[in-house]
Design a protein around this ligand. Structure first.
Ligand SMILES: [Zn+2]
Length: 310
């Protein structure tokens, strides 16, 4: 049943965070994969506490300026291709194109950014890049068709590396959901679990209309790196918890040139990769999102021995 997976988180009590192809305009998504304000608040407080413990402060801009937060981080990446024997197979070239899209997105170099002339925010080089350490292919009909329900056995069998290694799985996620991910706060204590899953049709050259340029992986990995949706918390403080992404009441659907859904300064960040626009219309992270993900990596995913996680 399309969509059923998103209300059946299979480990922990926290929901996964999914990117979807369709969201009704009249309401914010309220399914099981949507975070509550209390959850967001708790996650931001946990992050701030760890930032303070590690660096003695919580002002990411100041910490970054003082080079306390690493300016550049390379994330080792493994890609695990699931198939049912017929569907789901991906060429090495497709996998490499996906990695190239990730590096362009996180480097502020997507083609849309170069074309745009009316952007408020320069597409930022986040300082994070990805190094493809390997790819493998596994045929398992159940895993391929119901990756959300089989996350634990899938990740137990296939995940590589430690907490700082990104494991990206491709499978038939569904038609109203493109992928799902886990936040860094949830990965602690579960080394080897907590990867990112995207639909195989969302990779560059795939068959998902409007969502086949590899931005689903960029978006879901944004969650893995600790970013919330730009529309998280709507117009209410602290929004997504990043200070240079304007508040946004509703996800962006399709490809509007602009929209404004909250009072106050700025318009909606409709081209931000942590929104829901078509792949052809999302191309930027902000400098604040870049600082956030490097800080998140530093406090949750790198430099933390697996034995002390949790
Ligand atoms: Zn999302």
């Amino acid at each position: 049943m399309p969509g059923s997976a998103r209300v059946h988180p299979t480990y922990g009590t926290a929901p996964s965070c999914a990117r979807r192809t369709t969201v009704t305009r009249s309401e914010r998504p309220t399914d099981g994969d949507t975070l509550t304000p209390d959850q967001i608040g708790a996650m931001l407080r946990d992050f701030a506490a760890r930032l303070r413990a590690r660096y003695g402060g919580t002002d990411e801009r100041a910490l970054a300026a003082a080079h306390r937060i690493p300016p550049r981080i390379v994330v080792p990446l493994w890609v695990h291709v699931l198939t049912d024997g017929q569907n789901g197979r991906l060429s090495r070239a497709a996998v490499e194109q996906q990695v190239a899209v990730l590096n362009a997105a996180y480097g502020g170099r997507l083609a849309g950014a170069a074309r745009s002339t009316a952007r408020r925010v320069q597409a930022a080089d986040t300082g994070v890049s990805f190094r493809l350490d390997g790819a493998d292919e596994t045929t398992n009909v159940q895993w391929f068709q119901r990756p959300h329900d089989y996350r634990i056995p899938i990740e137990a069998a296939l995940a590589r590396g430690g907490p700082g290694t990104l494991n990206l799985y491709t499978a038939a996620v569904g038609f109203d959901m493109l992928g799902f991910s886990t936040f860094p706060q949830w990965a602690r204590g579960r080394p080897g679990l907590g990867g990112v899953v995207v639909d195989y049709r969302s990779l560059p050259g795939g068959t998902f209309p409007h969502f086949n340029r590899g931005l689903t992986a960029a978006h879901e990995i944004g969650h893995w790196l600790g970013l919330f949706h730009t529309f998280e918390n709507g117009c209410q403080p602290p929004g997504d918890g990043v200070d240079d992404t304007p508040y946004e009441a509703l996800p962006t659907i399709g490809c509007p040139a602009s929209k404004k859904t909250c009072p106050g300064p700025g318009t909606d960040p409709v081209h931000n990769i942590m929104d829901y626009a078509f792949d052809s219309c999302m191309w930027e992270f902000t400098p604040g999102q870049g600082r956030r993900i490097r800080a998140m990596l530093a406090v949750y995913r790198i430099g933390v021995p697996a034995s002390s996680a949790g």
